[in-house]
Write a protein that binds this ligand. Structure first.
Ligand SMILES: NC(=O)c1ccc[n+]([C@@H]2O[C@H](COP(=O)([O-])OP(=O)(O)OC[C@H]3O[C@@H](n4cnc5c(N)ncnc54)[C@H](OP(=O)(O)O)[C@@H]3O)[C@@H](O)[C@H]2O)c1
Length: 253
């Protein structure tokens, strides 16, 4: 039990990567607050099976809702040891078909959701806490078309990660990011037609050194590493979990 007596909050825990992180942390003995936005039934189906999973509804892009969520955790259990800023959306468009509302929505959830949840959670974090931001390899420089505006939100999350690591170090709070590659979830499948998805999978097999696309488990295992003291000397880093993709437009950020 690597997370015995630890208290975690996972945003966007009802589906995909977040749901797998909730399950992994629960199996390792943590009390896990599962934040969801729309999918209460999916969230409930996890809390019914996994131990010590508590549900909290909040839209992370709304600061007041985030503040109430952390107040609730404070009253319920008193503190946090682990925060996973996972909630996110991806709305694809070519650069020249810029859609203001969609771009702002992505920034609101992916970046501002991460900011709000981090600063509110920090109020109740104990020494030795770990913050894990789910960024994306899009934020570093992969070559997928039509994901530019999404990639900007994730590049900002990566920089935010490094700055939080710097400024919260005096409280012994670490902050790292995971930059997943293409993981099969509603986010990646839902945004594309079946034909596009099949083409993409073929591309990924050919352009990934490991020769396959990623699973939610691939990401959850790294989140577990970052949540524990096994990663106690890792701070302000971005761990890319993309199977060794070969199609980077640039390897820098
Ligand atoms: N899948 C990939 O290939 C991939 C690659 C790189 C990075 N990522 C990142 O990984 C994270 C999870 O992605 P995923 O693929 O697991 O997505 P997903 O299957 O679409 O799940 C998204 C989760 O985020 C929650 N969410 C969305 N908007 C929210 C809001 N405003 N407030 C609170 N929760 C909200 C959803 O909650 P409800 O369902 O309850 O509304 C859901 O639990 C995202 O940050 C994404 O950008 C994914």
């Amino acid at each position: 039990m690597r997370l015995k007596d630890k208290v975690a909050l996972v945003t966007g825990g009802s589906r995909g990567i977040g749901a797998e992180i909730v399950k992994t942390f629960s199996k390792e003995g943590a009390t896990v607050y599962l934040n969801y936005n729309n999918n209460e039934s999916k969230a409930r189906s996890i809390s019914e099976i996994y131990n010590n999973v508590k549900l909290i509804k909040a839209d992370v892009s709304q600061r007041e809702q985030v503040s109430k969520m952390i107040e609730y955790i404070k009253e319920d259990i008193g503190f946090l040891d682990i925060l996973v800023n996972n909630a996110g959306i991806m709305l694809n468009m070519p650069i020249l078909e810029y859609d203001e509302a969609k771009v702002r929505k992505m920034f609101d959830v992916n970046l501002f959701g991460t900011i709000y949840t981090t600063i509110e959670s920090a109020k109740i974090m104990r020494e030795g806490s770990s913050i894990i931001n789910i960024a994306s390899n899009a934020g570093i420089g992969t070559s997928f078309m039509n994901t530019t505006y999404y990639s900007l939100t994730k590049a900002a999350v990566i920089n935010f990660t490094k700055r939080v690591a710097l400024e919260l170090a005096n409280r012994k709070i670490r902050c790292n990011a995971i930059a997943p590659g293409w993981i099969e979830t509603d986010l990646t499948i839902g945004a594309r037609s079946r034909e596009e998805t099949e083409q993409l999978k073929k591309f990924l097999v050919e352009n990934t050194t490991i020769g396959r696309w990623g699973s939610v488990e691939d990401v959850a295992k790294v989140a577990l590493f970052l949540a524990t003291e096994d990663s106690g000397y890792v701070n302000g880093q971005v761990i890319v979990v993309d199977g060794g993709r070969k199609d980077y437009l640039t390897h820098s950020i």
